[in-house]
Write a protein that binds this ligand. Sequence first.
Ligand SMILES: [Fe+2]
Ligand SMILES: [Fe+2]
Length: 192
Amino acid sequence: MLGLKTATDPSWIHQVELHLEEVLLDHAHCEKKAARTALNLICAYDDRGDPLCRELEQIVVEELEHFRLVLELLARRGIVYRRLKPSSYGKKLGELIRSREPERALDRLLVAGLIEGRSCERFAILKESLADAELADFYASLFESEAGHHAIYLQLAHGFVPAAEVAARFDWLAEKEAEIISRGEPLTRIHS
Ligand SMILES: [Fe+2]
Ligand SMILES: [Fe+2]
């Protein structure tokens, strides 16, 4: 359903349980970055009008709301919000984005969709597997929203190039994403 080419390694959840604080901090940064991605896309393509602007504006609002919820969770647990050294996942995916339009718009939307898809896959693991009931419920509550974002990004890509080109490029980018995820981003992160 999410078009991912590889499943998260089963050992990931054990690493998460051992490093919950780092994972929660990383999650906060992921939500902030997700809001920034959607806002950057509005800034780049607002001449397209709706539905692009309307859908992306909704994503910005939802990601900022998720960011606030994670910050509140951190505060309840006495975890001080701080910067983390980013993993190379987002940077490596960003390097695959072509520079000429409309290929650039296509790649930006599909990469955003893949990142949402990976978040969604991992939130599903967290909601099923975390021993901490509050956290498992929290991830269950976010899961659907991220699945919706994944679908919206793919749908918006169809506004730039024909459907066959969207499908072929998504397939190629998903292969690359699978290589990046298998080649060892830290197992103590959501993915960022
Ligand atoms: Fe989110
Ligand atoms: Fe999202």
